[in-house]
Design a protein around this ligand. Structure first.
Ligand code: AHR
Length: 513
């Protein structure tokens, strides 16, 4: 049995829970759009072709904001191809994913879907093959009320009211050599600054995300943020971060400690942004937009390597299957710890988007003409989005440790917590990263009394199964939540025993001491 003690204090808070950290991502990639959120003719499709089964699951997940339309895709995309009468929209080759893009789905269709899903739109502009002019024109098309060529064109195309998109990404992963129109930090910093300026001249109310490093292992990490923010500090609001984690070469310990890497990444970008702030004598802070994060198996599973040749992909197809990872119990526990890392840093991580929403590295899976179901990683996201309310609590955690090859020693028990004064509820999000042992956790709730457990749920290895268990079309509920029974509250202390390899959420009702 491992042990951990956690102390929270009513007066030690990080800040309010930023709702935008429960974001997701819809890219024109594989089957995320086509046969994912959109499939006219499907028995569950509505009059617009939106799959209502996927819409319902999106709402159940509690997604707050969705990034669109890419991703690598956006760096070769003409937004104009996706508006106007569908029958006159061009079919194009998408070089990023070696796919034929029909353009049957574009901005209007996405805006209609976002409205039904009750999510905010986070729109990315193409700074790969295009630039300042296309970016500012898209803002005018989307946000200007009317009386100009572009805003009237939007009206003619069926949207009388502006889409009023507040959040905009200035390109995608421009530091990556794989990116169409890849740039040096200076080249990108200049174009991002000018595009951002021109976009704000059209609509000063927008918020801008500048592209940071594609991941912490990029050789230019740190230097890239410094140079790019040096060019853009005055015009942008957020710098982006992307990270994907996978269990590689049998090193499950390092995989389980992926949250340590996320902590280091976040703290490194905060330090770099704040160094640029100090050097430039700026007063405002640049916050973080972790706009792609997840577990994926891109480099280890056959058939999913984006660098494979077109021949190996069997030619050009519409919406082929790409990185349709099936997530197991271990993946769900890791996703829980990544969410903990994002929440613990909620004073600076203002936006986060799990990548992606459906089919492509996604918590929701769907089949063409068939059902939609929840993957294991759906659960930590959905429950945290539903229960993390009010203020984020600072934690003092003392946990038994385990060895990892990549990150040294890491805590066996990982946690985050929120306190909602209005409802008098604390939510504790706990992960036991121990593969074989259960973990006894004691949480001291300072400044609170009369603690009473309202609900306690756990996701762990199902009986007579192993940690690689997944859900699939035939077994949609194999991995899910069940009640955590070994939990009790007494005065200002909560005690719980977490099964080996598990993620849990406990809701406690408290009074102020
Ligand atoms: O989410 C899949 C891809 O991963 C995105 O298109 C890209 O930005 C990242 O490399």
């Amino acid at each position: 049995m491992s042990r951990a003690t956690i102390t929270v204090d009513r007066d030690f808070t990080v800040g309010p829970v930023p709702r935008r950290i429960f974001g997701s991502f819809v890219e024109h990639m594989g089957r995320c759009v086509y046969t994912g959120i959109y499939e006219p003719g499907h028995p569950e499709a509505d009059e617009n072709g939106y799959r209502t089964d996927v819409l319902e699951l999106t709402k159940e997940m509690g997604v707050s904001v969705v990034r669109y339309p890419g991703g690598n895709f956006v760096s070769g995309y003409n937004w104009e191809d996706g508006v106007g009468p569908v029958e006159s929209r061009p079919r194009r080759l998408d070089g990023a994913w070696h796919t034929v893009e029909t353009n049957a789905f574009g901005l209007h269709e996405f805006a209609g879907w976002a409205k039904k899903a009750n999510v905010e739109i986070m729109e990315a502009v193409n700074l790969g093959t295009r630039g300042v002019d296309a970016a500012r024109q898209l803002v005018e098309y989307a946000n200007h009320p009317g009386g100009t060529y572009l805003s009237d064109l939007r009206k003619k195309n069926g949207a009388a009211e502006p889409f009023d998109i507040k959040l905009w990404c200035l390109g995608n992963e421009m530091d990556g050599p794989w990116q169409i129109g890849h740039k040096t930090a200076d080249e990108y910093g200049r174009i991002a600054q000018e595009a951002g300026k021109a976009m704000r001249l059209v609509d000063p109310s927008i918020e801008l995300v500048v592209s940071g490093s594609s991941n912490r292992r990029m050789p230019t990490f740190g230097e890239w943020e410094q140079t790019v923010l040096g060019h853009t500090y005055d015009v942008v609001d957020y710098v982006s971060m992307h990270a994907y984690y996978e269990e590689k070469d049998g090193d499950v310990a390092s995989f389980l400690a992926s949250g340590v890497d996320m902590d280091l990444f976040i703290e490194g970008v905060i330090a770099t942004a704040d160094a640029v702030r100090a050097k430039g004598r700026h007063s405002k802070f640049i916050d973080l937009s972790f706009d792609e994060w997840n577990v994926w198996y891109q480099t280890t599973r056959e058939g999913d390597d984006q660098l494979r040749t077109i021949e190996a992909k069997g030619g050009w197809h519409e919406h082929p299957r790409i990185i349709e990872d099936e997530y197991n119990v271990t993946d769900a526990v890791v996703v829980g710890t990544l969410l903990n890392s994002l929440l613990r840093h909620g004073d600076r991580v203002a936006i986060a988007n799990q990548a992606q929403l459906v089919n492509v590295i996604a918590p929701i899976r769907s089949e063409e003409g068939g059902p939609a179901w929840r993957q294991s990683i759906f659960w930590p996201f959905a429950r945290m989005s539903a229960l993390a309310k009010g203020e984020i609590l600072r934690l003092a955690t003392r946990s038994d440790r385990f060895d990892t090859a990549k990150y040294g020693d890491a805590d066996v028990v990982d946690a985050s917590a929120t306190w909602d004064e209005e409802s008098g509820r604390i939510a504790l999000f706990l992960a036991n990263r121990g593969l074989d042992e259960s973990a006894e956790v004691a949480v001291s709730l300072r400044g609170f009394e009369n603690a009473r457990v309202l609900s306690a749920e756990v996701l762990t290895v199902p009986e007579n199964a192993d940690r690689f268990t997944t859900n699939d079309e035939q077994h949609q509920d194999r991995v899910g939540l069940r009640q955590l029974t070994d939990v009790a509250a007494d005065g200002g202390t909560l005690r719980a025993t977490l099964p080996a390899l598990s993620w849990a959420v406990v809701q406690v009702e408290v009074a102020k001491a």
